[in-house]
Design a protein around this ligand. Structure first.
Ligand code: 8OZ
Length: 364
């Protein structure tokens, strides 16, 4: 019976259940390197019973970091640390995934708990952001990205490809390209941020070109038998969400043709003024439409917290995998709680043996 605790196979990879740890930036790295924080963080989440653990937005270039504390994979030297994370995730029984990112015009900021604003220009850690056009994320703000040249574009696409190659070398088996949240790829797609008049702007084909060319380059280095996925902001909640959604459906068709196997349906966040309809499960209907209209497996996230609802979304064929973020931060053993609530046979078995043994006959 399909449900939250049924397996999910894509290419040669099988998830033990439909619960994914959503990539969640920790902003604890130094020069992109993994440290004890990440080791404990990802081991904790992987031992909680999820089927897939996706490592946080990992920068493909130093200037693509959201903050100086972002994890990086722009250098061969980063591979060893991430390989230990991939190994820990797989040892715990989950599939190891990683999200590759470039924050574009949203790069070079402080972590959200320090305000999330751009670093002071005289901060030794600061750098100039880049983007499709010299259009700031905050209208009228003087934190203006440098417009990328075509050489810059090609270099960034190669950065994604080489980072994908390193991710495979590190042992990851699920790759997510971060094409959402107003970061670089999303900012090429959105006419709010891309005012280019060359082949990387203007028409939808032009605005999607960076995404499609990046997928084509990554496809050369990421094994065909492992899932190549994207997190894509599919809707801009402006005065006509259906317009951006219809564009996104076309782009998803092109991405599928280019070799994308799965879409993690996300938010655009291309501009600060979006009127996001925050509510429980509010992205599920959008994900279900993508799945139905483009015949591609999907996942989604945002304010999904209830096991019975999540189970129904899978059973009803609305989504294939659910990406949980704060639900799992709040309780890393949430999958075990969900298994009990859904009355799965041997719910304790979602946990590693040393935990499962002591919980097999336990009740509160
Ligand atoms: C740091 C983020 C990411 O990696 O996507 C993010 C950005 C905006 C909202 C939620 C998460």
């Amino acid at each position: 019976m399909t449900g939250l605790f049924s397996s999910f196979s894509l290419k040669d990879i099988t998830l033990r259940n439909r619960i994914a740890v959503s990539p969640m930036c920790q902003y604890q790295a130094v020069d992109g390197f993994i440290n004890d924080w990440h080791s404990a963080h990802y081991s904790m989440l992987a031992r909680g019973g999820a089927g897939l653990v996706v490592v946080e937005a990992t920068a493909v270039a130093p200037e693509g970091r959201i903050t100086p504390g972002d994890v990086g994979l722009w250098s061969d030297e980063h591979t060893a640390g991430l390989s230990s994370i991939a190994a820990a995730i797989k040892t715990a029984g989950a599939v190891a995934g990683i999200q590759l990112a470039h924050a574009g015009r949203k790069a070079g900021c402080t972590p959200p708990w320090q305000g999330g604003a751009p670093l002071d220009r005289d901060d030794a850690l600061a750098w100039e952001p880049v983007g499709p056009s010299a259009v700031p994320f905050v209208p009228g703000n003087d934190y203006i990205p440098r417009e990328m040249t075509k050489d810059n574009i090609r270099q960034t696409q190669q950065d994604f490809a080489r980072a994908a190659e390193r991710a495979c070398q590190a042992g990851f088996q699920w790759l997510e390209l971060h094409f959402a949240h107003g970061f670089l790829a999303q900012s090429f797609l959105s006419p709010q941020s891309n005012t280019r008049s060359d082949e990387y702007g203007g028409s939808l084909e032009g605005r999607a070109r960076f995404l499609l060319e990046t997928v084509a380059e990554v496809r050369k280095f990421w094994p065909d038998n492992f899932p190549l996925t994207v997190r894509l902001g599919v809707v801009e909640f402006d005065d006509c969400p259906e317009h951006s959604f219809s564009e996104s459906l076309k782009v998803i068709g092109w991405l599928k043709d280019a070799g994308v196997d799965f879409v993690d349906v996300g938010l655009s966040l291309a501009t600060p003024g979006e009127n996001i309809p925050w509510a429980a499960n509010f992205m599920v209907p959008w994900a279900a439409r993508v799945r139905r209209e483009k015949n591609i497996p999907v996942g989604t996230s945002w304010m999904i917290t209830q096991a019975k609802e999540a189970n129904e979304f899978i059973q009803d064929g609305k989504v294939d995998v659910i990406f949980f973020a704060r639900t799992l931060l709040a309780n890393p053993h949430w999958p075990y709680r969900a298994a009990r609530e859904l009355e799965i046979t041997d719910p304790h078995a979602v946990l590693p043996t040393p935990y499962a043994y002591w919980l097999q006959n336990w009740s509160e």
